[in-house]
Design a binder for this molecule. Structure first.
Ligand code: MTE
Length: 321
């Protein structure tokens, strides 16, 4: 079976690199031979399929495609504290996490609480490629071609109730497979938790990613599925999700609980609001080194101001950072 993946229509399928053959452990694409484009079903898209409303233009002039961070950098310089605090720890140790089978429990203020198994996720949602800027609160950044689907599509299946105002997310917590959670230097009260306002969660830019660079998501990047909220600092983009709850109250989140004055609930990328310990005006675009720091100015809402600023109208973004 070929799973159709929608790409930004401004991108010719011939531009997809051959390296991005989608490895399919779990059955959504069989790519035994041929080009990446056919493996991804992109030829199907360009020849037969009409662009649907599912396609949300995130790289309208195609400029981000040329700025993509190399695959090796995206998958070897990571934050995933469950496996350690050094940037190289996740790539070295995250393979100990079993990601199959995988179940996501969805509940709280929804009319149809239930569970999703990974197979349901893979077969039940149309996948798209989204090339996003990704900005960590630590002032490094990347441009990543994610494969995923809008979180709104998932949430709608569970019918959030009108009292629901927030969404809470939790990462898998399995001590035996996550050496960072066993470490005495571990600072987080596990499981890792994050949250969004419901309107942020329903925004078309908010993505559930299951892959990157046309491949299945590597464990160190949050396999088998993670959130990507491109206008917020990276810590909001919670990895390896096993639970989602719609709530009336703002949920407690890991980083906010740890250091409320350093990591706000909103965490919108904002060059005007410094982190208490460093400036947020610039970022190091990976790959970077002391010889070639690749320092670029940080953009308000990480470059997605036009799409998301309306969500925060009337809010003082210095107070609600
Ligand atoms: N999710 C979990 N479960 N644990 C983490 O430590 N780190 C966050 C976020 N999601 C983190 C997480 C931070 S601080 C960042 S910057 C991004 O993941 C990093 O994503 P990447 O490693 O894919 O670049």
């Amino acid at each position: 079976m070929t799973k159709r993946i929608y790409t930004d229509p401004s991108i010719a399928s011939s531009e997809i690199t051959p390296e991005s053959v989608f490895l399919n452990r779990r059955a959504f694409i069989k790519a035994s031979s041929g080009t990446a484009a056919s493996a991804l079903g992109l030829s199907t898209l360009s020849s037969a399929a009409e662009p649907s409303e599912l396609i949300y233009k995130t790289d309208p002039d195609g400029s981000l495609r040329g700025e993509q961070t190399p695959y090796d950098a995206v998958t070897s310089y990571n934050n995933f504290y469950e496996f350690g605090t050094d940037k190289s720890d996740p790539a070295r140790h995250a393979d100990s996490m079993a990601t199959d089978p995988w179940t996501i429990k969805v509940g709280g203020l929804v009319d149809q609480p239930g569970e999703l198994h990974l197979e349901d996720v893979m077969s039940g949602f149309d996948l798209e490629e989204r090339i996003y800027r990704f900005r960590c609160v630590e002032a490094w950044s990347m441009v990543v071609p994610w494969i995923g689907f809008p979180l709104s599509a998932l949430l709608k299946r569970f019918a959030p109730r009108s009292e629901g105002r927030f969404v809470e997310f939790k990462t898998l917590y399995r001590r035996s497979e996550m050496r960072g959670t066993r470490s005495f230097t571990s600072v987080i009260d596990w499981p890792y938790r994050e949250g969004l306002r419901l309107d942020e969660a329903m925004h078309p830019l908010t993505l559930v990613a299951v892959g990157l660079y046309g491949k299945t998501l590597p464990n160190q990047n949050g396999a088998p599925l993670r959130l990507v909220v491109p206008w917020k600092y990276g810590f909001k983009s919670i990895k390896s999700i096993v639970e989602i709850n719609v709530t009336a109250e703002q949920p407690e989140t890991s980083w906010q609980t740890l250091q409320p004055n350093e990591y706000g609930f909103f965490a919108n990328v904002n060059p005007e609001v410094d982190h208490p310990r460093w400036s947020q005006r610039f970022e190091r675009k990976l790959p970077s080194s002391i010889f070639k720091p690749n320092r670029v100015p940080t953009l308000p809402f990480n470059g997605y101001e036009e799409q998301v600023a309306g969500l925060y109208e009337g809010m003082d973004l210095r107070q609600f950072y």
